[in-house]
Design a protein around this ligand. Structure first.
Ligand SMILES: NC(=O)c1ccc[n+]([C@@H]2O[C@H](COP(=O)([O-])OP(=O)(O)OC[C@H]3O[C@@H](n4cnc5c(N)ncnc54)[C@H](OP(=O)(O)O)[C@@H]3O)[C@@H](O)[C@H]2O)c1
Length: 329
């Protein structure tokens, strides 16, 4: 089979489509014909040699999410059959013609969506759902605050907040992304980085603060994200695009009884990944279905996987809104 291979550490030019060995699925696994995969920041880091694949994932084939059709199933599989359309998050190896995935990690694709649209769902929406709802406890009537709101995770979080009956404040350094995010349900759009958010959140919430903050950027701006929270609020640290160091007011954390939670999907044990996939299929996949579905995948562009190097350049340049999808043909 063919796959995108990281031929050596380096820039986008080190990516090449190569013949590689096909995976051999175990008794509980599905063999999937991958129609499309989507890019993530982790792919960029892995290509540069800064984020090795976890044990069990191919070391040199990037790709953390996919959508495709089940080709065959292991002898113990009960949830899916050949021909089913599935999507999912994997530890790596999604940028390939075929992949193997445990049946309990795979999720059915929403009815009515193309596979190129479904491929834009798993990582962004599962991360946002897990961080804001399962870990942050976001509920109807509350406020969510999110930085880098035009990102894959940000655009998913805004839609999930709206679908739950919560409201959102979000920031982006790019004004056009704020207009697009408003179209997805962002209530208060703030131009700038995390430091622009506390004043806007105070104004939007009448001084009360947000119940949940998703920090997709980290770095020095984390202190400002904490300032956005109401007493007992939860900050979920999802990304570190802005750096790994921050100065915090521990007094604020203590007095306001705040919770600071770090999260990552990729390195979780299999049983936790399965639990998230099951909760997501139950509670979130149906929200993509029907004429007035409250959620929709946000696809910035779909490129042939022959253009994978251009796709990496586009993601690196920060000009995408939502997800960049690779079509495998
Ligand atoms: N923990 C997990 O399991 C997990 C899973 C998925 C993603 N993530 C993380 O979540 C974050 C978002 O991922 P994504 O794939 O949704 O992102 P994305 O679609 O690639 O969008 C990222 C956007 O963030 C903004 N940005 C980039 N660097 C920034 C900086 N230093 N300060 C402020 N804004 C910056 C840019 O938009 P502007 O135009 O606004 O600058 C950029 O387009 C990343 O940090 C990623 O690594 C974590």
């Amino acid at each position: 089979m063919r796959a995108v291979v990281i031929t050596e550490r380096g820039g986008p030019e080190v990516l090449a489509l190569r013949e590689v060995a096909e995976p051999s699925p175990g008794p509980f696994e599905l063999l999937v014909d991958v129609a499309a995969s989507a890019l993530n920041r982790a792919d960029l880091l892995q290509r540069r040699g800064l984020y090795p694949a976890p044990p069990g994932a191919p070391a040199d084939i990037p790709g953390l999410e996919f959508a495709g059709t089940v080709l065959s199933v292991g002898e113990a599989v009960t949830r899916f059959a050949a021909g089913d359309r599935v999507m999912g998050v994997v530890g790596g190896g999604a940028a390939a013609e075929r992949l193997a995935i445990h049946e309990r990690e795979a999720m059915r694709c929403p009815e009515g969506l193309a596979l190129t649209e479904s491929a834009a769902i798993p990582e962004a929406f599962a991360t946002a759902f897990d961080a804001a709802v399962l870990q942050g406890g976001l509920a109807s009537g509350q406020w969510l605050v999110v930085n880098a709101v035009g990102s894959g995770v940000g655009t998913a979080a805004v839609q999930l907040a709206r679908a739950l009956g919560a409201r959102s404040v979000g920031s982006s350094r790019t004004p056009t992304k704020l207009g697009l995010a408003r179209g997805l349900g962002l209530d208060v759009a703030v131009e700038g980085d995390s430091t622009a958010l506390p004043a806007a959140v105070r104004e939007a919430t009448g001084g009360a603060g947000a119940a949940v903050a998703l920090d997709l950027v980290g770095g020095p701006g984390l202190a400002a994200m904490l300032e956005c929270l109401r007493p007992t609020g939860t900050l979920v640290l999802v990304g570190l695009m802005g750096g790994v160091e921050a100065d915090l007011s521990l007094g604020r954390v203590l007095r306001q009884r705040l919770r600071l939670v770090g999260t990552v999907l990729r390195s979780r044990p299999l049983e936790e990944k399965m639990a998230l996939a099951r909760a997501f299929e139950d509670r979130v996949v149906p929200l993509f279905e029907g004429a007035d579905a409250p959620l929709r995948p946000v696809v910035d562009r779909v490129l042939s996987w022959e253009a994978v190097a251009d796709a990496h350049r586009a993601l690196e340049s920060n000009d995408s809104f939502g997800k960049i999808v690779l079509e495998h043909r």
